[in-house]
Structure formats: structure tokens, C-alpha cells
Design a binder for this molecule. Structure first.
Ligand code: S3P
Length: 172
């Protein structure tokens, strides 16, 4: 089975994905990492040197390859992955695939992202918590349309182990 984790930056897709993959005994894959390995550039460098459109195209192609591969895995996507082109449609139509929306509150996301924003080119320039909060609120409003199409959603405000447990309960 393929499990695709979707949700906003800072919702815990990577941390939850790593633990979930361990529990399920399948490989863990991270879409950003796959793109970084393929291009030999960090996500920030890709945005800076090649531009966001290049990144979105790579993201789309990499996702497509993974969804059509005949393997089981837990995949942590990037926050924007399901929100461009036909990506969410492809996730929904992929064989033997379930998607999970990690849903965290604006407060939790702001708090987590303010500490870790430097590696994220979309928010790295936002200098105050007020600016970051405002950006995230508007961005989530646009993106929720896609996130809500996941097979099911879980409360991602909790700690990693609790989120993993909530996903396992819904899967089986
Ligand atoms: C992005 C989220 C990032 C990364 C890139 C763009 C987005 O991944 O793919 O910086 O558009 O929300 P994380 O959600 O893992 O931070």
C-alpha cells in the first residue's frame, strides 16, 4: 500500500512519516529529499537558482513516478505538492493508495515554522511572527481545498506518536 501524507509546512509530515513507515514496516520516502538528490541542490537552492516553476515541475514528475511504481511506502510530500496541476487528482486515483491530511492549527504551525523557516524559501523572508502568521493564514485558506480531498484527516497538533497512532487506527 502507498500512504501519502499531505498538509501544510510544519504539520509534521516528515516526522510522522518516518515513524509511521517504521510501524508499518515499509520504506519512508520524502518528496523534497528525492528532488534534492535528483538535482543535487537543496530546495532553497532550486528556488533561488532555477525558480519555483522548475521546482513545481520536478515535484510533479517525481510524485507521478512514485505513484505509478509498484512498491509500498509512506511518502511525505511538500506542503504545496497536492495544490499544483493535477497532483491531487493523481493521488486520489493512484492504485492502492491512501492519502492522509495532517491538520494542524494556525497557532501550532506558526510556532513551529517561526523556528524552522530558514530552510523554506516561501517563508524565509518573513521576519516577524505577525507577518508569518498572516502569510500562513491566507495560504492555508487557498490550500485547504486540496488538503480536504485526502482519504482522511488526522489532528496533527498532537505529538508525533499520537498522530501515528491516529493514522494506524484509520488505516485498518
Ligand atoms: C513548500 C513546502 C516545502 C517544500 C518547498 C515548498 C510549499 O516542504 O516542498 O519549500 O509550497 O508549501 P515542507 O512542507 O516539507 O516544508
Amino acid at each position: 500500500m502507498k500512504i501519502v501524507l499531505i498538509g501544510y509546512m510544519g504539520s509534521g509530515k516528515t516526522a510522522v512519516g518516518q515513524q509511521l513507515a517504521e510501524v508499518l514496516g515499509v520504506p519512508f520516502l520524502d518528496l523534497d529529499t528525492q528532488i534534492e538528490e535528483a538535482t543535487q541542490l537543496s530546495v532553497s537552492e532550486i528556488f533561488e537558482k532555477k525558480g519555483e516553476i522548475f521546482f513545481r515541475r520536478k515535484e510533479f514528475e517525481t510524485l507521478q513516478n512514485l505513484l505509478t511504481a509498484d512498491t509500498s511506502f509512506v511518502l511525505a510530500t511538500g506542503g504545496g505538492t497536492p495544490c499544483y496541476g493535477t497532483s491531487m487528482q493523481q493521488i486520489k486515483e493512484a492504485a492502492n493508495t491512501k492519502s492522509v491530511f495532517l491538520h494542524a492549527s494556525l497557532e501550532v504551525l506558526s510556532k513551529r515554522l517561526f523556528i524552522e523557516k530558514s530552510k523554506r524559501p516561501l517563508i524565509a523572508h518573513l521576519e516577524t511572527e505577525v507577518l508569518l502568521n498572516d502569510f500562513i493564514r491566507k495560504h492555508i485558506f487557498e490550500r485547504n481545498f486540496y488538503y480536504q480531498q485526502a482519504t482522511f484527516k488526522v489532528d496533527a497538533n498532537n505529538e508525533v506518536a499520537a498522530v501515528v497512532a491516529a493514522i494506524v487506527i484509520q488505516l485498518f
